[in-house]
Design a protein around this ligand. Structure first.
Ligand SMILES: N[C@@H](CCC(=O)N[C@@H](CS)C(=O)NCC(=O)O)C(=O)O
Length: 222
């Protein structure tokens, strides 16, 4: 055992990607045991390693942690990325839950039947442009600190940067009018640990394309 956290998940972004981002930004090296087929997943289940028979699962500090948000909160607390008091923590939670709402719309595109895909994509554009991105831009403007909460980097800044990459990849024009969000993305991306994570060949994973998702459906029983 190397003492590094061990991440158990599929070879895609999914619910593990924010955990990868947060560990990387905190400068924590981690190992991954990628689940490549149903047998790999069944083995984890049969060995009694998954509390709810679900992944992500992270082995860390002598624990087998499940539930992605609980894992994120543990890492954020441990590495001082979760605000200085309960009010800051509330803001970080509010913001990251908003990010999750937008993130889930991306996943709906993949799940939507072919005839509903365009509508699902339009919904992302609408919600990104008119709801979530303006809300985060407003926070940065009124807070005036370069970070979303307090005067230092938190889990919220890291997960927003992750999301902004996803939005940009989906439609770069969506970020055009949000100068403070662009500046945050650049600032966080230039932090040495994040910069390293953004290099090709890092442990960053792709968002599943439709083809990848169909392939996974065949390989796994879901
Ligand atoms: N609330 C859980 C949801 C976990 C979840 O739904 N995991 C899926 C993969 S993303 C899973 O393990 N599916 C396999 C199964 O249920 O057998 C979390 O956030 O970690």
């Amino acid at each position: 055992m190397s003492g590094k956290p061990v991440l158990h998940y599929f070879n895609v972004q999914g619910r593990m990607e924010s955990i990868r981002w947060l560990l990387a930004a905190a400068g924590v090296e981690f190992e991954e045991k990628l689940i490549m087929c149903q047998e790999d997943l069944d083995k984890l289940k049969n060995d009694g390693l998954l509390m709810f028979q679900q992944v992500p699962m992270v082995e860390m500090d002598g624990m087998k942690m499940v539930q992605s948000r609980a894992i994120l909160n543990y890492i954020a607390t441990k590495y001082n990325l979760y605000g200085k008091d309960t009010k800051e923590r509330l803001l970080i939670d509010m913001y990251t839950e908003g990010m999750t709402d937008l993130y889930e719309l991306f996943f709906k595109v993949i799940l939507a039947p072919p005839e509903e895909k365009d509508a699902a994509k339009s919904l992302i554009k609408d919600r990104a442009k008119n709801r979530f991105l303006p809300a985060f831009e407003k926070v940065l403007k009124s807070h005036g600190q370069g970070y979303l909460v307090g005067n230092k980097l938190s889990k919220a800044d890291i997960l927003l940067t992750e999301l902004l990459y996803m939005v940009e990849e989906f439609d770069a024009s969506l970020l055009a009018n949000f100068t403070l969000l662009q500046a945050l993305k650049t600032r966080v991306s230039n932090l040495p640990n994040v910069k390293k994570f953004l290099q090709p060949g890092s442990q960053r994973k792709p968002f599943p394309t439709q083809e990848m998702f169909e392939e996974m459906r065949k390989r796994f029983k879901f």
